[in-house]
Design a protein around this ligand. Sequence first.
Ligand SMILES: NC(=O)c1ccc[n+]([C@@H]2O[C@H](COP(=O)([O-])OP(=O)(O)OC[C@H]3O[C@@H](n4cnc5c(N)ncnc54)[C@H](OP(=O)(O)O)[C@@H]3O)[C@@H](O)[C@H]2O)c1
Length: 285
Amino acid sequence: MVLKLGFIGAGTVGTALAVRLSQQGYPVIAIHDLYPASAERFAGAVKGSKIYDRAQDVADIADFIFITTPDDFIAQVAAEVSWHAGQMVAHCSGAASTDVLAPARERGARVGCLHPLQTFASLEQAIENVPGSLFAIEAEEPVLSVLKEMATALKGTWLELTAEDKALYHAAACIACNYFYTLVSVASDLWQNWGKSSDEAIRAMLPMLHGALNNLKEVGLPKGATGPILRGDLVTIRKHLAALEKKAPDVLPLYKMMGTWTIPLALGKGTIDQQRAGELRELLK
Ligand SMILES: NC(=O)c1ccc[n+]([C@@H]2O[C@H](COP(=O)([O-])OP(=O)(O)OC[C@H]3O[C@@H](n4cnc5c(N)ncnc54)[C@H](OP(=O)(O)O)[C@@H]3O)[C@@H](O)[C@H]2O)c1
């Protein structure tokens, strides 16, 4: 049986998923969003989809419904709609589990979540980046099998998680992706000390950041890691600490904490011994 898909929430993720699933032959027939302009953008991008004024209309007509609202509204939508037995309902949150879909499950629907491990800042970029992503799936059958098929159709891979894994899985994604931005932001602000804006700093650092990502891809961890901690260079670390203390004391705790978390990489790469690791730890206390 060909499943007819419906979406509640026509934001970045819902629209990008619908565009790509539709291109892979999944019939996307219905969309509802509180904001008419978002629904119109969705319907313009997804051939064959029709706009409905109520979430209930989408649930009445589709076999498989994605709730792609912001996380805070998933439970509310799940509770407000009258689902029927045999229907399938999924959301795309990384942190929330299928627990938020309990009202749908209680009414006989089967539930799941499909989280693209990606960062989507705009719709165009999301449509571009969805294919080939890893999709974290937490679901009961038959939703589990359907979501695995969708991940494969989107030329991606999938990872099956339990409800209990979800929050930690999402924290890991947040550390690797979102806090990477935080680190670049802190570093680029330091460039104001020699009269360069944050934008200029980012442009200047981009080739180095691309190089770091390439190293990560080509040689991985810990081999790709570089820098004074990896070299066990106490003299340079002391200079960094003194400069930060003078010019940016609020950054010192972050620098010391990140430095301390870098010591195991140096030990793993074999570029420092335990004695040097201890000296570095002492310096970064
Ligand atoms: N963005 C990412 O990088 C990313 C990555 C992976 C997963 N996700 C997950 O994907 C899901 C959607 O995120 P998103 O980034 O696509 O959010 P988004 O761009 O903010 O889109 C959500 C859409 O849902 C609409 N909406 C809000 N409440 C609604 C309701 N009760 N009924 C119908 N529509 C409603 C919003 O309308 P208004 O604009 O009027 O509020 C908005 O158009 C979330 O669970 C998120 O955690 C996001």
